[in-house]
Design a protein. Structure first.
Length: 251
């Protein structure tokens, strides 16, 4: 896949490139949560789970990142920050890449002294600017402080649920969501077994939020993708897409 040139305003307003989408652990050939969000001028890495940095190098240049957002403390969403920091030290020469994360993650990751990473704490209700993107944060129903993210850019809006149980409302991200990347970890028969949502629940959440498009992610590798999508389509009331490594969604 070609790496679009920053500043090329002829392309889509926003795109989401999947670097990893496995839930809780990476399956064979898979990777944990990670997405490259690109606008005409800016590049944001949204989560950095295991295996995502290898895929980032295959699909885009890590040296071009403007910032990183980590949704929460669970390792399947951030451990590839290690690889990114070492690459910055020995290859790209990058220093002070802004990393926006819940309080305490730098210390937990033992990366608080890395010159490559400029740690900045965010919490529910915060809004930040990353180039031409505006990111807003909303706490979900998940163990520890977990932040869903809304990205707005030149009239387009992306919603990312991060991890959440069904007690949080995707509609908290606000109206006018052109694309939602929502966790759907398993099928309805697993509901209540972990702090996540099923395809059925994710579809219903996206319907209530008035999302235009729904992409499912964070599926356990042992759960059939088609089954999760099928039950999400029933409650969403329309076509639903499944995140796959290397797939890009534009809006």
């Amino acid at each position: 896949m070609d790496d679009p040139t920053p500043g090329d305003v002829q392309g889509p307003t926003l795109s989401v490139l999947v670097l990893g989408c496995d839930g809780s652990w990476p399956g064979p050939g898979g990777a944990g949560s990670g997405y490259l969000v690109r606008s005409a001028t800016s590049r944001l890495l949204l989560d950095a789970g295991p295996g995502t940095f290898a895929n980032l190098q295959r699909l885009a240049d890590p040296a071009t990142l403007d910032a990183i957002v980590i949704s929460h403390h669970h390792p399947d969403h951030w451990t590839d920050l290690y690889g990114l920091a070492v690459h910055a030290r020995f290859v790209s020469g990058r220093i002070d890449i802004p990393v926006f994360a819940p309080q305490g993650l730098a210390r937990r990751a033992h990366l608080e002294d890395s010159p490559a990473l400029d740690w900045r704490t965010v919490a529910a209700g915060d809004r930040i600017e990353i180039g031409d993107m505006t990111c807003g944060f909303h706490r979900t129903e998940h163990a520890g402080e977990t932040l869903a993210v809304r990205v707005d850019c030149r009239g387009r809006s992306l919603g990312y649920s991060a991890d959440s149980g069904p007690g949080w409302a995707l509609a908290d991200l606000g109206t006018g969501l052109d694309l939602v990347v929502c966790e759907a970890t398993y099928t309805a028969d697993h509901e209540g077994t972990a702090g996540h949502m099923s395809g059925r629940q994710a579809g219903a959440q996206a319907k209530r939020a008035g999302a235009q498009r729904l992409v499912l992610t964070h599926r356990w590798p042992t759960v059939e993708a088609a089954a999760v999508v099928a039950e999400a389509e029933v409650t969403f009331g329309g076509s639903v897409e499944q995140a796959v490594i290397g797939k890009e969604f534009t809006l």
